[in-house]
Design a protein around this ligand. Structure first.
Ligand SMILES: NC(=O)C1=CN([C@@H]2O[C@H](COP(=O)(O)OP(=O)(O)OC[C@H]3O[C@@H](n4cnc5c(N)ncnc54)[C@H](OP(=O)(O)O)[C@@H]3O)[C@@H](O)[C@H]2O)C=CC1
Ligand SMILES: CC(C)=CCC[C@@H](C)[C@H]1CC[C@H]2C3=C(CC[C@]12C)[C@@]1(C)CCC(=O)C[C@@H]1CC3
Length: 334
């Protein structure tokens, strides 16, 4: 049976590199590019087909920052496929990033310097906004829209006789102290990105508890620091070009400077080849690149506790009910 693989945020960066790598590894998969913009999606599809002309590559229009779009896309998936074997929850945003130069310079001369380069702890903030669904945009895009997608295509993911995998693109920037259960959308603070990625980690743990019995497994990936549209939004491209030699140098001290989207997709690709049941639900899978440019995957324990994961899942389920009642009039019959 040909595997069905759905990738959100597939038209650029890590998502696109993952699609290229998946097709190079197995051009028999049925690959579905989940994108919010048709033109960009078609451009990605054309590029993938130019190197893999016989591959089955389709486009699914989905804006994970809009509940109605997610529900419509899920309906489309249910019409197209009987099963989704791999769902890569990769689309993500970091809007209006601000780098604190003061904190960065201070960090350079502290003992925390390696950690600062690996996680951006204490040097990066963002400005969030409210979406038309009335949610914080970073939370809705990076977490809730994806959660809704999972819920809506549950019958395609849960099968008694075979497994499916959810693979979240999280981040080394995910930090417990940026997240609070009482403000899980992060409407109060200045680190919505960090909070959303921590929420991803918690949610993955809770989803495993909820769904493993039904053959669905969830894992979390940390792609490292990758040069993509997201990182070019932090600093202008000439800055990155200027500091590239320093980036190669830093790579000698931290394996998290993966830099290219190809390298960043390493752990996402690695998980594609693993037996879902053998994965550790409490570990994060990191894409790593050595000073010499060799790629490998390493594991780290996540800073999460199961109780918080369960509580977050409960809150997400309540929010799902509330939002669907508000945004989709004849919800569940549609
Ligand atoms: N770059 C890095 O260093 C790191 C990135 N990550 C994570 O990797 C993931 C991919 O990001 P990356 O490749 O770096 O950045 P890109 O900006 O290149 O890719 C992000 C993708 O997500 C899509 N996307 C954004 N918002 C939505 C939405 N509302 N609905 C559907 N698709 C959407 C974008 O579509 P469009 O082109 O239309 O905007 C794009 O295809 C993100 O989750 C990011 O947080 C994690 C750690 C490090
Ligand atoms: C000399 C040099 C390399 C300067 C760059 C300073 C900062 C712009 C980077 C240092 C750590 C980086 C980092 C990210 C963005 C760029 C930095 C802040 C991320 C937040 C990008 C998105 C993620 O998900 C995690 C990354 C962690 C490290």
């Amino acid at each position: 049976m040909r595997k069905v693989v759905v990738v959100t945020g597939a038209n650029s960066g890590i998502g696109f590199a993952l699609c290229e790598r998946l097709l190079s590894y197995d051009d028999q998969i049925r690959l579905c590019l989940g994108c919010r913009n048709l033109q960009r999606a078609e451009a990605a599809r054309t590029a993938l087909l130019s190197s893999h002309p016989t591959a089955d590559v389709s486009v699914l229009l989905v804006d994970v920052g809009k509940v109605t779009s997610v529900v419509r896309a899920a309906k489309e998936l249910k019409e197209r496929y009987k099963k989704v074997d791999y769902l890569y929850l990769n689309a993500g945003i970091m809007p209006n990033p601000q780098l604190s130069f003061r904190a960065f310079i201070k960090g350079l001369f502290s003992r925390n310097v390696i950690n600062m380069f690996a996680t951006a702890e204490g040097i990066l903030t963002q400005k969030d906004r409210i979406t038309e669904d009335g949610l914080q945009e970073v939370f809705e895009t990076n977490v809730f829209g994806h959660f809704m997608l999972i819920r809506e295509i549950e019958p395609l993911l849960c099968h008694a006789d075979s497994t499916s995998q959810l693979i979240w693109t999280s981040s080394s920037n995910a930090r417990k102290s940026a997240f609070s259960l009482s403000d899980y959308q992060h409407s109060q603070g200045q680190e919505p990105y960090s909070s959303s990625k921590y929420a991803t980690d918690l949610l993955s743990v809770a989803l495993n508890k909820q769904y493993n019995k039904q053959g669905l497994y969830s894992s979390v990936v940390c792609p490292g620091l990758v040069m993509t549209n997201l990182t070019y939004g932090i600093m202008p491209s000439f800055f990155w070009t200027l500091i590239m030699p320093i980036m190669w140098l830093i790579r000698v001290f931290t394996n998290s400077f993966t830099i290219s989207p190809f390298n960043g997709a390493e752990a996402l690709m690695w998980l594609f080849n693993q037996k879902a049941e053998s994965l550790d639900p409490l570990s994060k899978y990191h894409s790593c690149t050595s000073g010499l440019g060799n790629n490998y995957v390493c594991l780290s324990k996540m800073d999460v506790d199961e109780k918080s994961g369960d509580l977050l899942l409960q809150k997400m389920l309540e929010l799902e009910k509330e939002i669907c009642k508000k945004s989709i009039p004849d919800y569940r019959n549609s």
